[in-house]
Each structure stands twice: as structure tokens, then as C-alpha cells.
Design a protein around this ligand. Sequence first.
Ligand SMILES: [Zn+2]
Length: 124
Amino acid sequence: MPSKALFSKSARLKASDGALPTRIADLEGSMLTSDCDCCGRHFQLYPGHAAFDGRTKLVSLLDRLVCGARRNGRACGGRPRRLALMRDDRQWLLDASGEWVEDDSAFWEPSDFETQIETRAAAF
Ligand SMILES: [Zn+2]
């Protein structure tokens, strides 16, 4: 059950942006992913996860999901670090505060990559 504070925050953001989803049912046309805070495994939550009810609040997924990746024969048990929403080539992140924050770190410029000078002779 989300606290009242979370509820009013997401309602405020929704009013200001109008387009960002707060529930599973709002996700059509978007992709929702997360990653485990323990093993770092990447999960695609939407589209593709059939178990969510359309009325489920997205922020509540942070409390409800547990990483089931197997490590050394045991389930990881990590929690989702945050949710990432991708829509129209833009990305937003949602953490426990319940507010979507636009993230432009996923976008890169060709100048972000530099060719490293090979200092060692390649061994064939
Ligand atoms: Zn994990």
C-alpha cells in the first residue's frame, strides 16, 4: 500500500507532465525495465510480464518484485534498484520517491568514445 505522500507526489507529476504512466495499464506503447540491486541482472517488466494487474501502481513494483536469478543454486533475492521507462526514444527513472525523473545518460555522442592507442604489440 503506497503512502499518502507517494500518492500525492505521483499525482502532482502526472498533472505536470500528463503523459507518464503511474499504473501498469498506462504502459501501452512504453517499455518498462528494471535491474537487480544485488546481481545487476536486467529485467524487462513490460511488455512481457503477464502477472501484473493493470491497476498495479508502478512504484509499488519496487516493493513487490524480488530477483529470482539463480546464483550458486540459490535465488538471488535482490530487489529492483529502480524502474526505467522508455518511450519515444526518451527514458525516465522511477525510484521509491514515486516521481519519474528524465534520464538522458543513456544517450551518447560519438565523441564519448575514443580510440585507445594500442601500447602493446598484438601477439598472434
Ligand atoms: Zn539479482
